[in-house]
Design a protein around this ligand. Structure first.
Ligand code: ZN
Length: 107
């Protein structure tokens, strides 16, 4: 993903609309690209800041962005774990089918 694409995904990321591979690519880019991380910080502060001003709450937005990124990374690792389990299950099913075929052929 290049910076232009990453920038386009900042608003959907802030609205929690990114998922799966899109989210993973976005986080990978932002974590390794200071410019896009800066841009994300600014957009996050502007978007969330305006909402908070309307609510009149106290806030620590910089910390919240860090938490949001950590959340996304947690989400990605969960996604990877599920994917691995799925691959294992598929391998197990394939092995069972192969075994069954051998059993049937021998009979
Ligand atoms: Zn970038």
């Amino acid at each position: 993903m290049d910076c232009k694409e990453a920038e386009k995904r900042i608003p959907p990321f802030l609205q929690d609309e990114l998922d799966g591979a899109e989210l993973e690519e976005f986080i990978d880019h932002v974590e390794n690209c200071p410019e896009c991380k800066e841009e994300l910080s600014i957009q996050f502060l502007v978007t969330e800041g305006l909402e908070r001003l309307e609510d009149g709450n106290n806030f620590n937005l910089q910390k919240e962005l860090v938490m949001k990124l950590a959340d996304a990374e947690h989400h990605i690792s969960l996604h990877r774990t599920l994917w691995r389990i799925l691959l294992c299950l598929e391998a197990a099913v394939a092995a069972a089918i192969v075994t069954a075929v051998f059993v049937v052929l021998r009979l």
